[in-house]
Each structure stands twice: as C-alpha cells, then as structure tokens.
Design a protein around this ligand. Structure first.
Ligand code: GDP
Ligand code: IMO
Ligand code: MG
Length: 408
C-alpha cells in the first residue's frame, strides 16, 4: 500500500511528526520533494530530532528510507545531518538510500539563491539553501544529478571547484545510491510511506505563485518524486494545523492583525513555538484558512485530513476560522490565483466557543471536549473531507487515529 503524507498549508504542519507516527507500521519511507529548505521535527521519549533532507522514518531503527528522485540534495548538508543523527544514537547505515536521479545542490547555488532573492522587487524570503537554483538548473537541463557523479563524461563537465567539493562525499554516497524505479518496484505490495516537504500552498504550480518553493509538494509530486505512477497512490493524507502559519513572504489572507486580534499572534507563536526549524525565523500566524484548505483538498484529491496543533488553542476563549474572502466587496469561497486578489482578500470569519481545558492527554476523539468536536466537525463539513488522525502535542505519543490509516 502506498500512503502519502503531505502538507496542506504553507509548510510546517507537523508532517515529520505524523510520518514518524505512521512509520511504525511502514516498511519503507520515501521523501519525495524539496531539499534542505525543509525542517521536520520529531519528538519521542524526550528526545527531539530535526531533519532537513533525511526521511523522518530514519528515527525508527527498522525502517528503510529513500531520498526520492525529485529531491535536490546538498551532500554537505546531508552528511552533516547524518553525523548529527549518529551523535544522537541513530544508526542509519545500510538503511538510507538515495535516488540516482535526484539533483545535487552545488556550492555556488546557495549564494546565487541569496543574491537573486535580494535583487527581487518583492523578495520571496527563501531559505537560502539553493533550492530554486537547483530546480532552475534541472528545468533548463543544466542540472547535475547523483548518478552523474559516477559518470565520467558528465563529471568531466564540472567546474574544478565542484569536483573538489564532490570528491569529499563521493565514496560515502556511492553505497547509498539506487535506481529508484526498480527499488520501488521491488517494494510493490509492501507498506510504503511517502513523505512530503513544504505544503500544497508552496507548490510550484498550485501554490501562491511566485511566493512558493520550486518543487512539487502537491500529492502528484509523491508519484513523480517517489518513482511510482499516480494510479499506485492508495491514500493521500493532508496535514494541517488548527490555525495557519507562514514563514517567508507572500500573501496571507487570514493573518492575525493587531487591530482585530490584539496580541493573539504572539500568544499563538509562543504556545505553538512557531519559529522556523531551518532558519529560526518567527512564523506569521493567523486563523485557520478554510478557503485555502478546501482548495487544497480539491486539487490534491486528499483522502483525509490530519489535524495537528489543536492543543495550542487550549486556553483561548474564542476560536475563529476563515470561511470566505471579501475581495474588494465581493464575497467568495474560491481561492484566487493572483497575488493582488490574495493580498486584497479580507477574511470572513466564523467564531467557535473555546474549550478552556487542556487536551494534550487526549487519546481518542471521545476524549475531546464538545467545543473542540464542534470545531472539527465544521472543518470536515466545510472541506468535505474527514479528519483521520489528530495530534494534541509534539510528542509521538500525543497522537491518535480516528480512522485506520493503513487500510485502503
Ligand atoms: P513539518 O515541517 O511539517 O515537519 O513541521 P515542523 O517540524 O517544521 O513544525 C512543527 C512543529 O510543531 C514542531 O516543533 C513539532 O514538534 C510541533 N508539533 C507537531 N505536532 C504538534 C501538535 O499537535 N501540537 C503542538 N503543540 N506541537 C506540535
Ligand atoms: P517544511 O518541509 C515552511 C518557504 C520559504 C520561502 C519559500 C521559498 O519544513 O514544511 P525556498 O528556500 O524553498 O526557495 O523558499 O518557501 N519554505 C518553507 N516554509 N516550511 C518549509 O518546509 C518550507 N520550505 C520552503 O520560507 O517563503
Ligand atoms: Mg518544517
């Protein structure tokens, strides 16, 4: 069975945590998109792990992990991350594989990324990890892939400084490299878990272009980056927070404002620890944007939703969600394509009663207060999509199923 976990907002929804939770039943975990722009956090047995490139399944010592074909990999970042994992007692050797078709982030890309963003009239606020440069090189057919390191003809075309850089990693990388198409074909019928990075609203096509990343973080990206056909994806889970966050620039219609919401943004940021894992930047926070979430459900064929961070609202008297946009006086439930419309959009909100009690120990849907259930039921009704897993805190144990995830 092929089960996809993807972000249904602007990233940082808790994908890493959910992948780690679901990995206990999986055989293989495949990270299908992005690069070291991602920051996935896993908390278990009091230990926190922060991953950027390595699939979140690596924390479970029995899992096989694959870094997929549509990833862009900085080998220096990868081996630093692996050394950190070794220092934290995670033995990854012999369990981590890399697609030979994945592209590499070469040393000059990061500086170019930073300089290009500075020159933009409206900077995107990239993570400076060379992601856009690597994907541009790939699209213009000037990229350099993992398999090219071992191909004399391709290797000879590199600049000397890139050769010097890659020589440091070649021998360590070689035993990890596989032809992902056949690696995945051998795993047909097994439980394969596909891990997305970023989120649907940062997807190059479906996201809030140009304020997006450069990879395919949508569900279709799982097939592309996971080296399987789209028809083989059995279930697609979209992870979303009980509220909305965004790091970097770009439109955010449901953002909290000082005038309307007072200090709510700071409160949520501090309770939810809303600081970027990769860059440490504070994340902007806002009401759950149901217009955007419904659009994501539609365009990604989500089988169900995974709700995280609902505990962050524990002490809040009133919970609001954005149910429509007012764009220059016109009320709409459609997610617009242009930045101008998204910037003009004022959130139309619906208010829910808060629950004012801690739910961080909840083990089932029945444990949730009536008020929390009402909020969740409205989300399901609005999006037409069921919530199948609920997370009530950062720890692996603070998660429960509403539906069985590993059945078709
Ligand atoms: P990812 O990029 O989607 O994997 O998410 P990040 O790791 O960037 O950000 C999610 C943050 O929220 C991490 O610090 C997690 O430990 C934490 N987290 C995950 N799920 C929950 C939850 O249900 N409640 C709370 N309070 N924190 C959570
Ligand atoms: P995870 O996997 C949140 C954002 C950046 C910037 C834009 C483009 O942890 O959810 P890039 O460096 O990719 O060219 O930056 O995308 N961004 C993320 N925001 N979570 C992420 O990943 C992100 N990866 C990129 O902040 O706005
Ligand atoms: Mg993150």
């Amino acid at each position: 069975m092929n089960l996809v976990v993807m972000g249904a907002q602007w990233g940082d929804e808790g994908k890493g945590k959910i992948v780690d939770y679901l990995a206990s039943e999986a055989e293989t975990v495949i990270r299908f998109s992005g690069g070291a722009n991602a920051g996935h956090t896993i908390v278990t047995n009091g230990v926190t792990y922060k991953l950027h490139l390595v699939p979140s399944g690596i924390i479970d010592k029995n899992k096989i992990c694959l870094m997929g074909s549509a990833m862009v990999i900085d080998p220096e970042g990868l081996f630093n991350e692996l050394d950190n994992l070794s220092n934290q007692g995670i033995d990854w050797k012999g369990r981590l594989f890399v697609s030979d078709r994945a592209h590499l982030v070469l040393p000059s890309y990061k500086q170019i990324d930073i300089e290009m963003d500075k020159k933009r009239k409206s900077p995107i606020g990239t993570t400076g990890r060379g992601i856009g440069v690597a994907y541009s090189q790939k699209a213009s057919r000037d990229g350099f892939r993992v398999c090219d390191i071992f191909d004399e003809q391709m290797y000879s075309r590199l600049e000397d400084e890139d050769k010097v850089f890659l020589e440091k990693f070649k021998a360590r990388l070689e035993p990890m490299v596989v032809n992902a198409a056949y690696f995945m074909a051998q795993r047909k019928g097994q439980k394969n878990l596909f891990e997305g990075a970023q989120g649907a609203l940062l997807d190059l096509d479906g996201g809030t272009y140009p304020f997006v990343s450069s990879g395919f973080s949508c569900s279709a990206g799982a097939a592309i980056g996971g080296s399987v056909g789209p028809a083989s994806l059995d279930k697609i889970l979209g992870v979303f927070k009980a509220y909305q966050t965004r790091v970097g620039n770009g439109p955010f219609p449901s953002a909290f404002t000082k005038e309307k919401d007072g200090d709510l943004e700071n409160t949520i940021r501090e309770i939810g620890n809303e600081y970027g894992v990769t860059t440490g930047r504070p994340r902007k926070c806002g009401y759950l944007d149901l217009v955007a979430l419904k659009y994501v459900c539609l365009t990604n064929s989500l089988s169900s939703l995974v709700l995280t961070h609902i505990d962050v609202y524990d002490g809040i008297d009133e919970v609001k969600a954005c149910v429509a946009y007012d764009i220059n006086g016109k009320i709409t439930e459609e997610f617009p394509s242009t930045v101008s419309d998204l910037e003009a959009a004022k959130p139309v909100t619906k208010t829910f009663k808060g629950w004012n009690t801690s739910i961080t120990g909840a083990k089932s849907y029945a444990d949730l207060p009536k008020e929390t259930q009402e909020y969740l039921e409205f989300i399901e009704e609005y999006t037409g999509t069921k919530i199948s897993i609920i997370s009530v805190g950062p720890d692996r144990d603070q998660t429960f199923n509403v539906d069985e995830p590993w059945t078709k």
